[in-house]
Design a protein around this ligand. Structure first.
Ligand code: UD1
Ligand code: UDP
Length: 358
C-alpha cells in the first residue's frame, strides 16, 4: 500500500499525475488529507477537476498556529499510519502537512518519498524552508524539480537519495493547458494575475499597505483570486475596504486549477509571492514579479524572467513598476525550460521501482 499525505492546494495539484500513474501500473494506494486547507475552493475543487478519488481519511487538522496544526496532524497521522502500515508514504512540497508526515512516518520506520525536494531559499525565517529541510533529510527518496534543487541536495550530502524528475506540476499544467478548450498562445488581454498569501506578506499591516499601494500604481487590470489567509488579514487590519476601492484591482474567490491556468495563460504579467505560481509563470508565458527577496527558482531569476522586489522599499518598487510596464506575453517556443518535460510522474514511478520502494 502506498499512502499519499496531502493537505494544501498545491499538493493536490502535485498528487494528481503521480496518483494516476501509479493507478495505471496497478499499485494499491490511498490518500490521507490533513485538513490544512478545508474550503471547497481550496480543496474539493481540485479533487473533482483532477479526477483524484476522495481521501480515505481527513484529519481535520487545519487552522491555528504552526505548532498546533503540525501537532494535530502528527497525532492523527500516527494513528492512521500505525493502523494502515503502508509500505511507502509519499509527501509533497514544504507545508506543515509535509513536515508532520515526515516526522511521523520516519518514527514509524515507514519509507518516505518526497516530491519537490531540494529548493532552498537560504533563510530559516521562512517557515517553508524549515519544513523542506527536515523533510528532505528524513526521506528515503528525493524527487527534485530542477538542477538547482538537485545541487542543493548534493551539497547537503543527500545526493545518493536524490534524482531529477522535473516538476510534477508541469505534468498537471500540461494536462489542462493542452485541452482543446485552452490556449497557451492566447493574446494578452492586458491583464495582470496576482496571488498573495505568504506569511511574510500578510503578518504586518504596513507590508500589506505597501502591496496595495503597488497594485494601485500598475497600469493594467489586476485579477487576484484571494487566498483566505489574505482576506482574513486584510479584514483584521481594516484594509479590505481600501483594497476594494482600488479601481484596477478585481479580487475574486480562489479558483480551481482549470480557471487558474486560463487566467495565467492570458496574463501579460504575474504578480505573486507563491513558489508554485512563480514557477508556473514560465509555463504560461507571463513574466513574474515576485513580492519577496528570497532565493526562488534561481534559473528564472538569472534569466530576468522572475524579478524579485521588496514592496516596502521605494527604489525596489520603482524597478518593479518598470519591469511591469515592459512585460509582454512570451511565445510558447521562447519560454524557459528548466523544469523537465511534463513526464515527471512516469520518472518517479520508474525510480521507485528501481530502488525497490514499490
Ligand atoms: C500553507 C503553507 C504554504 C503554502 C500554502 C499554499 C505552511 C506553513 N504554509 O499556507 O507553504 O504555500 O499553504 O496555499 O504549511 N484558511 C481558510 N480556509 C482554507 C485554508 C486556510 O480559511 O481552506 C485560513 C485559515 O484561517 C488559516 C489561514 O488561512 O489559519 C492560513 O492557512 P494555513 O494553511 O496555515 O497557511 P497558508 O497560508 O494556506
Ligand atoms: N492556484 C489555483 N487557484 C488559485 C490560486 C492558485 O489553482 O486561486 C494554483 C496555482 O496555479 C499553483 C498552486 O495553486 O498551481 C499554488 O498554490 P499556492 O500559491 O497556494 O501555494 P505555493 O505554491 O506558494 O506553496
Amino acid at each position: 500500500m502506498i499512502t499519499h499525505i496531502v493537505g494544501n492546494r498545491p499538493q493536490f495539484i502535485k498528487l494528481a499525475p503521480l496518483y494516476h500513474e501509479l493507478e495505471r501500473n496497478g499499485y494499491e494506494q490511498n490518500i490521507i488529507h490533513s485538513g490544512q486547507h478545508y474550503d471547497e475552493n481550496m480543496s474539493d475543487v481540485f479533487f473533482e477537476e483532477l479526477g483524484i478519488p476522495a481521501p480515505a481519511v481527513n484529519l481535520l487538522a487545519g487552522g491555528g498556529s504552526h505548532a498546533q496544526m503540525t501537532a494535530r496532524t502528527m497525532v492523527g497521522l500516527e494513528k492512521e499510519l500505525s493502523d494502515q502500515k503502508p509500505d511507502l508514504v509519499v509527501l509533497y512540497g514544504d507545508t506543515n502537512t509535509t513536515l508532520a508526515g515526515a516526522v511521523t512516518a520516519a518514527k514509524l520506520c515507514i519509507p518516505i518519498a518526497h516530491v519537490e525536494a531540494g529548493p532552498r531559499v537560504h533563510d530559516k525565517t521562512n517557515p517553508e524552508e524549515c519544513n523542506r529541510i527536515v523533510t528532505d533529510h528524513l526521506s528515503d527518496l528525493l524527487f527534485s524539480p530542477d538542477t538547482v534543487s538537485l545541487q542543493n541536495l548534493e551539497r547537503e550530502g543527500l545526493g545518493a537519495k536524490a534524482c531529477m524528475t522535473g516538476d510534477i506540476m508541469y505534468d498537471t499544467y500540461l494536462s489542462i493547458a493542452e485541452r482543446p478548450t485552452q490556449s497557451q498562445e492566447t493574446q494578452s488581454e492586458d491583464i495582470i494575475v496576482m496571488t498573495w498569501h505568504r506569511q511574510e506578506n500578510t503578518a504586518d499591516r504596513g507590508r500589506m499597505e505597501s502591496i496595495l499601494d503597488l497594485v494601485g500604481k500598475l497600469e493594467s487590470k489586476v485579477i487576484c483570486p484571494l487566498h483566505p489567509r489574505t482576506r482574513k488579514c486584510l479584514e483584521n487590519f481594516g484594509l479590505l475596504e481600501r483594497a476594494k476601492r482600488i479601481s484596477n484591482l478585481e479580487m475574486i474567490d480562489p479558483v480551481g486549477y482549470t480557471e487558474m491556468v486560463r487566467l495565467m495563460n492570458s496574463a501579460r504579467l504575474i504578480l505573486t509571492d507563491s513558489g508554485g505560481v512563480s514557477k508556473e509563470s514560465s509555463y504560461a508565458g507571463a513574466k513574474c514579479l515576485f513580492m519577496l527577496e528570497l532565493d526562488v527558482w534561481e534559473d528564472l531569476v538569472r534569466d530576468h524572467w522572475i524579478h524579485k522586489f521588496n514592496p516596502e522599499n521605494a527604489a525596489s518598487v520603482e524597478e518593479a513598476l518598470f519591469f511591469a510596464k515592459k512585460a509582454q506575453r512570451v511565445a510558447l517556443a521562447d519560454r524557459p525550460k528548466y523544469y523537465g518535460d511534463g513526464h515527471a510522474a512516469k520518472k518517479m514511478v520508474q525510480e521507485l521501482r528501481n530502488r525497490n520502494l514499490i
